[in-house]
Design a protein around this ligand. Sequence first.
Ligand SMILES: Nc1ncnc2c1ncn2[C@@H]1O[C@H](COP(=O)(O)OP(=O)(O)OP(=O)(O)O)[C@@H](O)[C@H]1O
Ligand SMILES: [Mg+2]
Length: 461
Amino acid sequence: MTVRRERERAGAARQGGSASTRTHTAELDRELAWLTRALEVRLHAHFADEPAELPPPPILQEAGSAYARTVADLRLDATERLVLVLALAPHLRPELLDVLFVQNKGLGRDFSEFGGWRGGNHKGFLPTGETAAFVAAGGDLDARVATLSMFRPEHPFASEDLVRLEAVGAYEPELGGALTVPADSVERLATGLRRKPNFSPDFPAKLLTTRLSWRDLVVPPETAAELEHIKAWVRHERRILDGWGLGRALKPGYRCLFYGPPGTGKTLTAALLGQELGLDVYRVDLSLIVSKYIGETEKNLGRVFDRAAHRDWLLFFDEADALFGKRTQTQSSNDRFANQEIAYLLQRVEDLPGVVILATNLKSNIDDAFARRFQSLVHFPMPDAEQRLSLWRGALGDKVRLGGDVRLEELAEQVELAGGGVINVVRHAAIAALNDGRELIAATDLMAGVAKEMRKQGRTL
Ligand SMILES: Nc1ncnc2c1ncn2[C@@H]1O[C@H](COP(=O)(O)OP(=O)(O)OP(=O)(O)O)[C@@H](O)[C@H]1O
Ligand SMILES: [Mg+2]
């Protein structure tokens, strides 16, 4: 079985792919009912000033439900389950939390100990970390401190991006932050379906796919060998790190730098590697990353890294030049921010237990300290004449009709274009031919395209 199919099977099982929606919601129904009872008990005890005896969690009945699987996989205890279902409540049964709107009559204001925040459109009570601490711990300081540990980065809530405690203003207690569950996690728990996250300022990465296949990739043998090495690492990583015990010395994951001129297939190769290995490839948009809101950027990128670490993704930083160029000595405030950002990124790249690929046009911009952190530097050179011929043939496919005057061998021999340039010429030639009422591409169409492409690249034939 291929790695890809094996992963898909495991993925379907993990997601409880075969279970009906009812299976998932029935489980959540019982869990929400439990939260309702626990809230009643907690509030009663709070106002009576008595110790609370919270009801035990329901026995999970649907082994195939996404919720039951999550609880089992992450080994969540009763208190963690309570916090999880509390965070889910506004999405699934918002009225359940209305009891927390009760006012402190003595003071004529909200109860500090219930936490909570108000949304823009949502009419219900939105929980904060404080609400979680209240429900889970009440006035027990020891239990309250234990609640805090659920929001540490090493806790599965964070690493699985399941429950987040959002940031608060400077100097405010962190439990004041909103308790949230990202939309894709809500959907997964409620339906068993794992949606691919959408690109947004909150999640500055995009799924990268291609309709080409590995056979279409034209690279020299040295490049191909490096790429095989990456594939082999993914296939054998567990064996090497665990089976052979090399995990003590070797870091998990694999970091590579793709370098070479524009249009030589770096982005394409990242997409193809994902396709071959059955991994989703997420491309990080660096234009969104370089922002003056440094804290925001780190948080948002941090999310991409967190998710990548636990969801079998291949992370691809395209056009990495901007960020991974030489770290400057100058100390304008912008540079300092940039350096801080780079240091943060380098650390995250180094710590990521998956495959990370960075692509750049300029290898010389990458400093040594940076290069040392890579397991491989893969060169994508300009193609030679023979490779260019394969590129022309590949780009034209077998359906396109060519005029009798077209000599692809000559074209490949004489015109130094990379794959990206070839694609552009073919597009231009196809438009020109059809626009001229012809069903076949003539040599002149191709030559006009070549001239245009050369001009675009600031070159002459
Ligand atoms: N080596 C190649 N083999 C096959 N097709 C290629 C190759 N290089 C480029 N192409 C074609 O050109 C298109 C553009 O290439 P791609 O975007 O991967 O280049 P790149 O190296 O990432 O360029 P840039 O540095 O500008 O980002 C590809 O989608 C593919 O159709
Ligand atoms: Mg590219």
